[in-house]
Ligand binder design. Structure first.
Ligand SMILES: C[S@@+](CC[C@H](N)C(=O)[O-])C[C@H]1O[C@@H](n2cnc3c(N)ncnc32)[C@H](O)[C@@H]1O
Length: 299
């Protein structure tokens, strides 16, 4: 196994939440006659190891251990990834689509599927694309009259475009778990309120609007200078929680209000780096069950 080095306890919490939903979802929908898909757009390698474990006294040379001899790793420290969890549930999905932009992750995941889930091998496709491309292609290709899907988007940062979320919503058949990188949005604004050039564009794309730029800075009256002029000081006027609210409102706009209000704040050492959000695309009354299941796993 080749675990990636990221995450911590919050990673485990995130994955357990989504896994519980997958169990409830396939159980609830198994007799409804739909082809059920699990689609993991940033699937990783199949496992990760907390950074804290790499810094532990038992780790002799940090990352090198992962690359050379995985038997040295303490099995308890390895966090089983989203793709492997999805394959391991009791009532499996009919189809699995795993994707990651990184070749080494795709190769590691393929090896794991072959080794441990060969009985599900003919249900699994593993691709190496940008998540936006993969998701939009998948929306075009799948017959949404006869299929239903859970999509999990678990990026490191601001990789996902708002237009992709809109595309997912248009299927009217997808339940979405999206790990929204709220801290990455916030850190594109400097203390003086100025928006970083490249990072700001990524936030525009992630939120599908640049309206946020007009409210992230305020000007305050400063001291009187030597010439008797009042100085004006500009500073950042928003925090991470504000970005969480904006991101949720944008998701609501894409999904016609079908977003669970409850979110799971996640991050290392108590830092609010991400917010795990749930949205469901199907407008029918019956599909409100999705929100009920999501609320249950979020509590
Ligand atoms: C937080 S990890 C995902 C972990 C995975 N869900 C798991 O449980 O192990 C984020 C993953 O996104 C991948 N990634 C980064 N940018 C991407 C992109 N534009 N498209 C697809 N995958 C991307 C990274 O290679 C990394 O494996």
């Amino acid at each position: 196994m080749e675990p990636q080095a990221f995450g911590d306890e919050h990673t485990r919490r995130k994955l357990e939440t989504v896994e519980k939903y997958l169990v409830a979802y396939t159980t609830a929908l198994k007799k409804q006659g739909f082809e059920l898909w699990y689609i993991d757009a940033c699937a990783g390698s199949g496992a990760s190891i907390p950074r804290s474990a790499l810094a532990s006294p038992n780790s002799q040379n940090g990352l090198g251990l992962l690359e050379t001899d995985d038997s040295i790793l303490d099995a308890d420290q390895i966090i089983v990834g989203s793709a492997i969890r999805a394959l391991g549930i009791n009532t499996p999905f009919d189809r699995y689509l795993f994707n990651d932009v990184k070749k080494s992750n795709v190769d590691a995941l393929k090896a794991q599927v072959q080794k441990n889930f060969s009985h599900l091998g003919n249900r699994v496709s593993i691709t190496q694309f940008d998540a936006n491309k993969m998701l939009c292609d998948m929306c075009d290709r799948i017959n949404w009259r006869s299929s239903r899907a859970v999509v999990f988007i678990d990026p490191f940062g601001l990789q996902i475009r708002y237009s992709t979320l809109q595309r997912l919503a248009q299927t009217k058949a997808i339940d979405l778990w999206y790990l929204v990188p709220v801290f990455a949005m916030y850190r594109q604004i400097r203390g003086d309120g100025a928006v970083l050039e490249d990072g700001g564009k990524s936030v525009d794309e992630a939120l599908g609007t640049d309206a946020w730029r007009h409210v992230v800075a305020i000007e305050e009256k400063g001291q009187i200078d030597l010439f008797g002029q009042q100085q004006v000081i500009s500073k950042r006027a928003v925090d991470v929680a504000w970005f969480e609210k904006v991101a949720k409102d944008r998701l609501k706009l894409a999904f016609d209000d079908r977003v669970v209000d409850q979110v799971l704040p996640l991050g290392r050492n108590g830092l609010h780096e991400f917010s795990l959000m749930f949205a469901w695309a199907n407008p029918s009354d019956k599909a409100k069950l999705a929100a009920k299941l999501a609320r249950a796993v979020l509590t």
